[in-house]
Design a protein around this ligand. Structure first.
Ligand code: SF4
Length: 695
């Protein structure tokens, strides 16, 4: 409560994995004033343009206010009885693997927990995957291969303490702006050097000391060269390597790799390697440019190899650091929202883990193998193996690779349920049943940000119409499917306590994710929960991992991997001579369902565009602002040309936010091939091939 008697509420920004704290204050007109929370450890009061404009995006026009069946408004009982009956009947007739949930990093941890429990413990399938598969699945796979668990070793404080920050495939300045501000503040204070490794010149290069414009997909070759230089320069840490397997094999593979595939000069590579080796306090930040690749997991491990070889991990100012794109991608990873995870970083294919979770849940069924990952899931929808699908808070008809085929698959599915805050998404228009969900600021729960900090999102506005929180909708369907006791939740605090208690099992098995110290939080304590970084056990709180050389593989040792460069799957050819890179712009979020409501955010870049190099533009006789048709083997888009030497000759870049069908029309994921990393299942969203034609 402030001096004027107006109450303020602390919450967390819903846009990106930085997880900035916000303070919300009703504006007296049904909306909110939003400012940064000076006490939140992620942002210390700072917000970026998107976070600052949150109050502009709460307009209730266009909200879905009541459940609908085949477009007709109905009551909740009718809608949820139908959902429960269709799923139960489909499972009875075709087995548990004939149904699937496709969920979102927008879900709160409590929502995720209930969805995962319902699918994996009670339906008995692992067919639950999340749009986080498109964001950071390669990092999960890389972490697990190196460390034994999906563990982020460091914290944001490392960015303040580093002497060198290397941004790999990360336009931090636009995609995680508050973290970029922290890096710039460190540079001003302690002279931190910044290197950007990215095929494209981005806004992050403005503050950088070095930009390595490597060839698309060649990161493994660059970090293999760094590993060779680390060895030849004697910069490896012999003592640390006593606890790490695979150094010799990784080095042998690195020697066999060819650094010239990066397209960088010897002098550029040498300067980078010297800079990296000169600084003990080096943080390598990586994001979608690394993850969204058919060799994404290998790229992650190539980075981890260099940090493991030098022992620069888990120490103040030193370590590899994955930054996630979504507000609760980390919470989803922790709670088991991916088809290849169980819960609390336990493994679905480990019989002991499975038995322990099954007994904890008193679950009637538990799959023994992984479920379908996102791309495979929608292919199974398309060929009829998945007959009932529930999509929650995401828009795969636009955001999945090969989006036209995904749209057709959803359209042809026997039964599709969509939970969302609006009926006006490409995916919602295809639903048999539409369920109105509560939005940010209307629901309560927790999220985990990129440095393992769990923060509360809090409800400050009433949900409009009949909208309900997702955990509540999911639990209601679970009860209607006959699982009354297991889904008898009344409030998110109950779910959180159960989740925290379950994490104690992970601790028992020696896993990293243990927040069992929070299992007895009473409701007021849960309401007041301040940001806390896990692990949270009675013996250990917050902190960093792996400085002590203790890992989570059964033998306690870390792993370096032998890796070789693999080029992107799609090859340029005379018919498709350009490499298509996709990504975010500063002021929009995903498919713009929320950020487009803010005029000031939409003013930054108002329409979809294609960046093309001046040399390529000249060959196509393009002038700035010309409309171009961009065609790939999968689909096409019509975009406004921007002529820019920020992209390399032969490369083009287009943002991934726009959904419209009228020119310029930017459903850019319709052009992306459904090619995935074989280890992580993450699609290669940044290396399609295409043709460009002037219209
Ligand atoms: Fe929100 Fe991310 Fe911006 Fe922070 S950096 S205000 S979490 S969008």
């Amino acid at each position: 409560m402030d001096g004027a008697g107006v109450s303020e509420t602390r919450s967390t920004c819903p846009y990106c994995g930085v997880g900035c704290g916000v303070i919300l204050r009703p504006d007296g007109a049904g909306g909110l004033d939003v400012r940064g929370d000076p006490d939140h450890p992620a942002n210390r009061g700072r917000l970026c343009s998107k976070g600052s404009a949150l109050g502009d995006t709460l307009d209730r026009a266009g909200r879905l206010l009541a459940p609908r069946i085949s477009g007709q408004e109905v009551g909740w009982d009718s809608a949820l009885d139908l959902v429960a009956k269709k799923f139960s009947d489909t499972i009875a007739r075709h087995g548990p693997d004939s149904v699937a949930f496709y969920v979102s990093g927008q879900l709160l941890t409590e929502d995720y927990y209930v969805a995962n429990k319902l699918m994996k413990g009670f339906i008995g399938s692992a067919n639950i995957d999340t749009n986080s598969r498109l964001c950071m699945a390669s990092t999960v796979a890389g972490h697990k291969r190196a460390f034994g668990t999906d563990t982020v070793p460091g914290s944001y404080e490392d960015l303040d303490a580093a002497d060198l920050v290397v941004l790999v495939g990360s336009n931090l300045a636009w995609c995680h702006p508050v973290l970029y501000q922290r890096v710039l503040a460190a540079r001003a204070k302690r002279g931190t050097k910044i290197v950007v490794v990215d095929p494209r010149r981005t806004a992050s290069c403005d503050g950088a000391d070095m930009h390595l414009a490597l060839a698309s997909g060649s990161d493994v070759a660059l970090f293999n060269r760094l590993l060779v230089e680390i060895y030849e320069g004697g910069a490896f840490d012999k003592a640390y390597l006593r606890n790490v397997d695979g150094f010799d094999a990784a080095l042998e593979a690195a020697y066999a790799d060819d650094p010239t595939v990066t397209g960088l000069s010897e002098a550029e590579i040498a300067a980078f390697c010297q800079l990296w080796m000169r600084h003990d306090k080096v943080v390598t930040v990586f994001s979608q440019g690394v993850n969204q690749s058919s060799s994404g997991a290998d790229k992650v491990n190539a980075i981890l190899n260099c940090h493991l070889a030098t022992g620069r991990i888990g120490k103040p100012g030193a370590g590899p650091f994955s930054v996630t794109g979504q507000p609760n991608a980390m919470g989803g990873r922790e709670v088991g929202g991916l088809a290849n995870m169980l819960a609390c970083h336990l493994d679905i294919e480990n019989p002991s883990h499975r038995t322990a979770v099954r007994e904890f849940w008193q679950a009637p069924a538990m799959p023994e193998t992984q479920g379908l990952k996102a791309v495979d899931m929608f292919q199974a929808v398309g060929d009829g193996r998945i007959k009932a699908l529930w999509i929650i808070h995401t828009n795969p008809a636009v955001s999945m690779p090969d989006a036209d085929a995904v749209r057709d698959a959803i359209s042809g599915c026997d039964f599709t349920v969509v939970s969302d805050i609006t009926a006006e998404t490409d995916t919602a228009r295809l639903a048999d049943v539409l369920l109105p969900a509560a939005a940010w600021a209307e629901k309560s729960g927790t999220v985990t940000n990129s440095d393992r900090t769990i923060s509360r999102q809090r409800s400050v506005l009433p949900a409009p119409g009949q909208a309900r929180p997702d955990w509540d909708i999911l639990a209601d369907v679970g009860r209607r499917m006959g699982f009354r006791a297991a889904f008898d939740y009344q409030a998110p605090a109950e779910i959180f306590r159960e989740y925290a208690a379950l994490s104690g099992i992970a601790g028992y098995f020696g896993r990293d994710f243990d927040i069992s110290a929070l299992r007895d939080l009473d409701d007021p304590d849960y309401d007041m929960l301040a940001p806390r970084r896990w692990p949270l056990t009675e013996a250990r709180e917050g902190g960093r991992f792996f400085a002590d050389g203790q890992f989570f593989h059964p033998d306690g040792r870390g792993r370096m991997l032998p890796l070789r460069h693999r080029a992107p799957e799609a090859k340029r050819a005379p018919r498709y001579p350009f490499r298509l890179n996709t990504g975010r712009i500063r002021d929009q979020w995903h498919t713009m369902t929320r950020t487009a409501l803010s005029p000031r955010l939409s003013a930054h870049l108002a329409e979809p565009f294609l960046d093309i190099h001046p040399g390529d533009a000249a060959a196509l006789a393009l002038e700035p602002g010309d409309l171009v048709q961009v065609q790939s083997p999968q689909g096409n888009a019509i975009l406004r040309a921007r002529i820019s030497s920020d992209v390399q000759q032969g490369d083009v870049f287009a943002p991934m936010h726009w959904t419209g069908e009228t020119a310029p029309s930017g459903r850019i994921d319709a052009l992306v091939a459904p090619v995935v990393d074989p280890v992580s299942g993450q699609p290669e969203s940044k290396a399609a091939v295409c043709a460009v034609t002037k219209l």
